[in-house]
Design a protein around this ligand. Structure first.
Ligand SMILES: Cc1cc2nc3c(=O)[nH]c(=O)nc-3n(C[C@H](O)[C@H](O)[C@H](O)COP(=O)(O)OP(=O)(O)OC[C@H]3O[C@@H](n4cnc5c(N)ncnc54)[C@H](O)[C@@H]3O)c2cc1C
Length: 439
C-alpha cells in the first residue's frame, strides 16, 4: 500500500510544523512524518508544562491541528527519491516499512549534537548535554546528582538550567569559547530583545553556578563510572568531582536525507535559495539542516518552505527579511562558538573514536599505515559502520582530520532485513488517497 499526499514533510519540529501548517492552510494535502511519536522536535520534546517553550509548542501544535495536515508519528524515513517523489519509512511499532508518494517534499530533519572524543568520554555517566536533557524529560532522575556541564554553545545554559530545575547540583559550566568572542556575540544581540531576555533569564536561574569561559574538558576520570572531570583554562588544569558529565560541542545539521536525494550540501548545511528550494526540483529544506540558527529561524524558514511548496510565493516573500535576520544571527552564533584547536588534540591513541565499532584513534592514525580518509577508515577498521552509521564519529573525524562522509546510501538508518524483504514489488501496490485511509 502506498499513501499519496501533495506534500510530505519529514520532521515535526518547529520547522516541519510551520511548513505543514502553511501548506495545509493553503489547501494542500499534507502529511508530516517524524520518528518520534509526538510533534515538537528537539526543543519541544517535553510536552505539557508551563514554560515559554511549552506554550510555544502548544500554539504551534494547535495551529498545525487546525490546518488539516496529518501527523504520522513513529515513522523514520530511511529512503527517498525526488523523481518520482517517493519515500520509504520504517515504522518500528509495526515492524514494517511503508511507502509514500508526494509532489513536493520538505526536509525539516533538524540537527544533532556534535561530540568530540577525549579520554574517558565513553565512561558510564558521560552524556551528551542535549541527550541528558532529553533523558531527564523522559523521567531520568537527576535529583541530588552533581553534574558538570561542558562543551560549547547556547545549549549548555539551557541544559544546565533544566537539570537544576529538576534537582541536579550543577558543579560548573565550562564553555570552551573565549569571553572575547562571546562578548562580541552578545553585542550583536542588542537589537534582539527576546534573545537578550532569554539569556538573562537563564543566567539568573544559574546565578549560583560558576560559568567559566575559555575552559574545556580534558578528560573524564573514573574506573567504572565517571567520578571527576579534568578541566583546563589553558594555563591551569584541575579536577571537579561529579556524578555526571553533560558534554556537547554545539550542533551539526542532519543532512543525510538531503544528500541521499542528491541535494547540494555545503560546510554550513543543505544549500537552499530564497524560497528554501534545494538544488533538486520539488525538494525544499527548512530549519537546522540548512545551518544551525535556533528555533525562530527554523519556524520562519518552515513557513516560507510550506507557502512556496503550496504555490503562495508572494506570501512567502513577505517573510524573507525576518528569515534573513535569523540566518545572520545563526552565522554569528556559529562563529562565536567555533571550536578551539586544543579540542582536536584531546584524544589519545587508545581513546575510542567510533563507539559503535570500538575503533580507537591509534587505529586511524596508525604510525605505519595512517588511514587516508573516511572510506579507507571504514574499509580497514569498520569506523562509522555501526548502528549510528557515522552520525557520532563522522562529525568528530571531520573536525579532527577533515574527512567527510561523501557517500550516503539507503537505508539511512538500520532496518531489519525482514522488513525490506517483505515489501511488495511496485506493480503489486495500490495507491491510497489520504481520505481513504485510517491513520
Ligand atoms: C538534543 C538537542 C536538544 C536541544 N534542546 C534545545 C533547548 O532546550 N532549547 C533550545 O532553544 N534549543 C534546543 N535545541 C536546538 C533546537 O532543536 C533548534 O533550535 C530547533 O528546534 C530546530 O528546529 P527544527 O525543526 O529545525 O529541528 P528539530 O526540532 O530537531 O526537529 C527535527 C525532527 O525531525 C525528526 N527527523 C529527523 N530525521 C528524520 C527521519 N529520517 N525520519 C523521521 N523523522 C526525522 C527528528 O526526530 C526531529 O523530531 C536542541 C537541539 C538538540 C539537537
Amino acid at each position: 500500500m502506498i499513501r499519496a499526499f501533495d506534500i510530505v514533510v519529514v520532521g515535526a519540529g518547529p520547522a516541519g510544523l510551520a511548513a505543514a501548517t502553511a501548506s495545509a492552510k493553503a489547501g494542500r494535502k499534507v502529511a508530516v512524518l517524524d520518528d518520534n511519536p509526538n510533534a515538537g522536535g528537539q526543543i519541544w520534546r517535553a510536552g505539557a508544562g508551563k514554560s515559554a517553550a511549552d506554550r510555544a509548542r502548544e500554539r504551534a501544535v494547535a495551529a498545525f491541528e487546525a490546518s488539516g495536515a496529518v501527523l504520522l508519528g513513529g515513522y523514520q524515513v530511511v529512503d527517498a527519491t525526488a523523481s518520482p517523489g517517493a519515500l520509504q519509512a520504517w515504522m518500528a511499532a509495526k515492524q514494517r516499512v511503508e511507502s509514500f508518494q508526494f509532489e513536493s517534499l520538505i526536509l525539516a530533519t533538524g540537527a544533532r549534537e556534535r561530540f568530540l572524543p577525549f579520554p574517558g568520554w565513553t565512561l558510564p555517566g558521560v552524556f551528551g548535554a542535549g541527550g541528558l536533557q532529553a533523558l531527564v524529560r523522559g523521567g531520568y532522575d537527576v535529583r541530588g546528582k552533581r553534574v558538570v556541564v561542558s562543551g560549547t554553545g547556547p545549549l549548555l545554559l539551557a541544559v544546565a538550567a533544566h537539570l537544576k530545575q529538576d534537582g541536579a547540583e550543577i558543579v560548573t559550566i565550562a564553555e570552551q569559547a573565549p569571553m572575547r568572542r562571546l562578548a562580541g556575540f552578545a553585542a550583536t544581540l542588542l537589537s534582539r530583545p527576546g534573545k537578550v531576555l532569554q539569556g538573562m533569564r537563564l543566567r539568573g536561574e544559574l546565578s549560583s553556578v560558576p560559568y567559566r569561559t575559555g575552559c574545556w574538558v580534558v578528560a573524564a576520570r573514573g574506573s567504572e563510572v565517571v567520578t571527576a572531570v579534568r578541566l583546563t583554562d589553558g594555563s591551569r588544569t584541575w579536577d571537579e568531582c561529579c556524578d555526571l558529565l553533560a558534554c556537547g560541542f554545539h550542533l551539526v545539521p542532519n543532512t543525510e536525507l538531503a544528500s541521499l536525494l542528491g541535494c547540494r550540501v555545503t560546510d554550513d548545511g543543505v544549500e537552499v535559495n530564497a524560497e528554501q528550494q534545494t538544488s533538486v526540483a520539488g525538494v525544499y529544506c527548512a530549519g537546522e539542516p540548512t545551518g544551525v540558527a535556533g528555533v525562530d529561524a527554523a519556524t520562519v524558514q518552515g513557513r516560507i518552505a510550506g507557502l512556496v511548496a503550496a504555490g503562495q510565493t508572494a506570501a512567502a516573500a513577505r517573510l524573507y527579511t525576518q528569515r534573513d535576520a535569523e540566518v545572520t544571527f545563526g552565522r554569528a552564533m556559529t562563529r562565536a562558538f567555533a571550536l578551539r584547536p586544543e579540542l582536536l588534540r584531546l584524544a589519545e591513541p587508545d581513546t575510542i573514536v567510533c563507539r559503535c565499532e570500538d575503533v580507537r584513534l591509534g587505529e586511524l592514525e596508525g604510525k605505519m599505515t595512517p588511514r587516508r580518509g573516511w572510506t579507507d577508515a571504514k574499509l580497514q577498521t569498520r569506523c562509522g559502520m555501526g548502528p549510528c552509521q557515522g552520525r557520532i564519529c563522522g562529525p568528530a573525524l571531520e573536525a579532527l582530520f577533515g574527512w567527510r562522509n561523501a557517500s550516503v546510501r539507503p537505508p539511512i538508518f538500520p532496518v531489519p532485513i525482514a522488513a525490506l524483504c517483505c515489501a511488495p514489488p511496485d506493480d503489486e501496490v495500490s495507491i491510497l488517497e489520504p481520505q481513504e485511509m485510517s491513520l
